[in-house]
Design a protein. Structure first.
Length: 379
């Protein structure tokens, strides 16, 4: 495979874009009556700063306040890695050295008795220490503020997701280069992982190659099982581009004539369920209604008890992020949201079938598939 040249695979927001994102978050905090949002390294930090360098057990935190400039608290030994970001965004920064109480320093940047929203992924060691040091009047999850903003992708983010989805498609479309009888799942997975990188991914975050009965486990990885002619094989692959935006697609193949006479029928049911789910994913529809539309097809075909997962999840700087297409989620879909639609049927001891595409909701309110590799079971 030749090296990809699509500049969208390495796209990054400009500093002004990050500044605008920070201002939106500060206003969201104000509207919610939150005095400060505390973000830790991870996808939220990358979204707002373009950088998310970790600090192991040490505390790195961004404080976003409605009535003050953002403040970055960072370990002194990690400071050089942040210098370009600090300069580009004009961030106020406080470095701390080993032996200092970083949580006390963070507490000094907060009003006593403040209402805080903390990163959903802030380690418990930092959360508990911050509670002791700052004595907040209330503390909640920052995801309530960050997720709605991150879920609605702008045009540049949508283009980045489209580019990495196309890179994923190129690998699925070439699957016969690696997926052959007589090879182990692990051998096939290793080749697919290399192909994902060759086609534009920064790395392969996951490569599921689940043959025969292993396909009945939705999150089976890859084993030393030898793939046989006639085996159904679930191939679920993805990872980030250099941009940080992720791909994720699943196809279910069969090498030769199926060794289970029910496979072709089950595959057709799953494809019909996916069509129903994609068709139901329009602006204003609830997340659970998309799940219900896909699930109804599976239930009507008599396989309802074997559809054991939700129908989909949001995707962006994380492979799994809001919105989640699942029963009980009554949030309405909005323009710019991007998510998977991936119904499946999993028959224990026999095989599984899953077909997954990433879908983007356009300004016209309609869904657009970002994946377009063949969905049939013959590779």
């Amino acid at each position: 495979m030749k090296a990809p040249t699509d500049p969208l695979l390495t796209w990054a927001p400009a500093p002004a874009d990050h500044g605008a994102r920070l201002r939106v978050l500060a206003e969201a905090a104000r509207a919610a009556g939150v005095d400060a949002v505390v973000l830790a390294p991870g996808a939220d930090l990358r979204y707002y700063l373009g950088h998310d360098q970790g600090s192991h057990e040490r505390l790195t935190a961004l404080v976003v306040r409605p009535d003050g400039d953002p403040l970055l608290l960072v370990p002194a030994l990690e400071r050089p890695g942040w210098d370009a970001t600090i300069t580009a965004l004009g961030l106020a920064v406080r470095s701390w050295a080993d032996g200092e109480d970083a949580h006390a320093l963070l507490a000094r940047a907060l009003p006593r008795g403040a209402r805080l929203a903390v990163d959903d992924h802030l380690p418990a060691r930092h959360l508990l220490a911050l509670q002791r040091a700052a004595a907040p009047a209330d503390i909640g999850l920052a995801g309530a503020l960050t997720a709605p903003q991150r879920a609605c992708k702008d045009a540049d983010e949508a283009a980045a997701l489209t580019a990495i989805a196309a890179a994923n498609d190129r690998v699925q479309a070439a699957i016969t280069r690696w997926l052959r009888p007589g090879r182990t799942e692990a051998e096939v997975a290793a080749d697919i992982a290399a192909a994902l990188v060759a086609e534009g991914h920064a790395r392969a975050d996951f490569v599921i190659v689940a043959s025969g009965p292993n396909g009945a486990a939705p999150h089976h990885s890859a084993s030393d099982r030898v793939i046989r002619a006639g085996d159904p094989v679930v191939v679920d692959i993805g990872g980030p581009a250099a941009s940080g935006y992720n791909s994720d697609s699943t196809r279910t193949y069969c090498l030769g004539e199926p060794n289970d006479p029910e496979f072709a029928h089950v595959h057709a049911v799953v494809c019909a369920a996916q069509e129903a789910g994609v068709g139901a994913a329009v602006v204003g529809a609830t997340c659970e209604s998309v799940d219900a539309a896909a699930r109804a097809v599976v239930v009507e075909a008599g396989y309802g008890e074997h559809f054991i997962t939700r129908t989909g999840h949001g995707i962006g700087l994380e492979v799994h992020e809001p919105p989640y297409l699942v029963r009980g989620n009554t949030d309405p879909l909005a323009p710019g949201q991007c998510f998977s639609v991936e119904p499946g049927i999993y028959l224990p001891g026999r095989f599984g079938v899953r077909v997954e595409d990433i879908v983007l909701l356009g300004a016209d309110g309609r869904p657009r598939r970002l994946n377009d590799s063949p969905r049939g079971w013959r590779p």
